[in-house]
Design a protein around this ligand. Structure first.
Ligand code: AHM
Ligand code: MG
Length: 343
């Protein structure tokens, strides 16, 4: 791979092309998908930035100044991605956290050999209070015969992902992605409208500083989960206490922990016995990225990317982040999660 110095200006387009050259048989289709996702991300970033304003301007009649009916931003983000991705001729189908069924590519467009799974606007309940939200995506090869995607194409385990990434709409907009050659981050320069390479070869510290978990569920956790959280907080005297940081926006919590070291946990609880987060739209793509950065992800018993999905919107408990902290989750929870999942 070409080595970039701190002073090189590398656009995401150039970086994607350089990565493609590592695969002599690459057709350019995956590169085009990633590039189109970058364009969709810029469009969503623009909507997110003006969200508060649009609400004020549209509040009287529920219409904005262009006369369009106000829509929830997660629906808008969903539409932006579908419209940006459906006509490129590289995808044969999509799955979105916002849509119950698979999204087919209209007959008027050419179909390709990839499927795209995405959460268009994760953490969207945070929009109203100006807290970062994000988009998460996962790209898989089509495995079925025929032109159209079928459910089996969407239900592949995470280790089959060919690319995955997320966008965080925060103080700046960042896109982080992997194609299995490391995890790389790009920051949107709003003055030129380009994502520029800012975080090449991200490495997550092996032991984390931060613990991200919604503690208000502690009464609904099983005893091993409570013991694990006591361990992370240093209450059992075997480790230094982690600092608790919980935004409640997965991408924001994950991003901080990826760069600074830490663990995000959304364990099963009595009201969410399978956890809350979606395997294909949230857990798998972030697991691919964190593993590429030297971290890990588990449901407490098995590696996230080894789980075999059985439905499109499957949920999973998730412990993701710094390697040693994820290993602790497996060590302390392993047996109890194995019992819950019947493994
Ligand atoms: P969403 O996909 O409906 O936005 O829900 C996912 C979000 C994550 O971003 C976040 O980590 C989690 O839900 C927070 O859940 P809770 O409020 O139960 O802590
Ligand atoms: Mg989500």
């Amino acid at each position: 791979m070409v080595k970039h110095t701190a002073t090189s200006v590398v656009t995401i387009e150039r970086f994607i092309i350089e990565q493609e050259r590592l695969y002599p048989h690459a057709t350019g289709d995956l590169s085009a998908i990633l590039y189109d996702l970058g364009v969709a991300a810029k469009m969503i970033a623009n909507k997110v930035r003006s969200a508060g304003l649009a609400d004020i301007l549209g509040s009287a009649e529920k219409e904005n100044i262009q006369g369009e009916v106000q829509q929830k931003l997660d629906i808008i983000a969903n539409e932006i991605i579908v419209k940006a991705m459906d006509h490129g001729g590289r995808l044969c189908g999509m799955g979105s956290e916002e849509e119950e069924d698979m999204i087919h590519i209209p007959d008027r467009f050419k179909r390709g050999k990839y499927v795209l799974l995405f959460d268009p606007l994760d953490g969207s309940s945070n929009i109203d209070v100006n807290v970062p939200v994000g988009t998460i995506f996962s790209v898989l090869h089509k495995v079925s015969e025929g032109e159209r995607a079928v459910l089996a194409d969407m239900l592949q385990p995470g280790y089959e992902q060919v690319a995955a990434g997320y966008v965080i709409y925060g103080a700046s907009t960042m896109l982080v992605y992997t194609t299995g050659q490391g995890a790389h981050g790009f920051t949107l320069d709003p003055s030129i409208g380009e994502f520029l390479l800012s975080h090449p070869h991200i490495r997550i510290p092996e032991t984390g500083r931060y613990l991200s978990v919604n503690d208000s569920y502690s009464q609904m956790w099983n005893e091993p989960t409570r013991a694990l959280m006591r361990y992370y907080r240093g209450l059992d005297g075997t480790r230094e206490a982690m600092s608790v940081r919980y935004v409640g926006s997965l991408v924001a919590d994950f991003h901080r922990n990826l760069l600074g070291g830490g663990l995000f946990a959304y364990p099963a609880n009595t009201s969410n016995p399978q956890g809350k987060l979606r395997l294909q739209y949230e857990a798998n793509p972030l697991a691919f990225i964190v593993e590429q950065a030297g971290g890990a992800a588990t449901d407490g018993h098995r590696r996230i990317v080894d789980l075999k999905p059985t439905s499109l919107h499957q949920r999973t408990p998730l412990f993701i982040g710094s390697l040693h902290d994820v290993e602790a989750a497996k060590r302390i929870l392993g047996d109890s999660v194995a019992e819950e999942v019947g493994a």
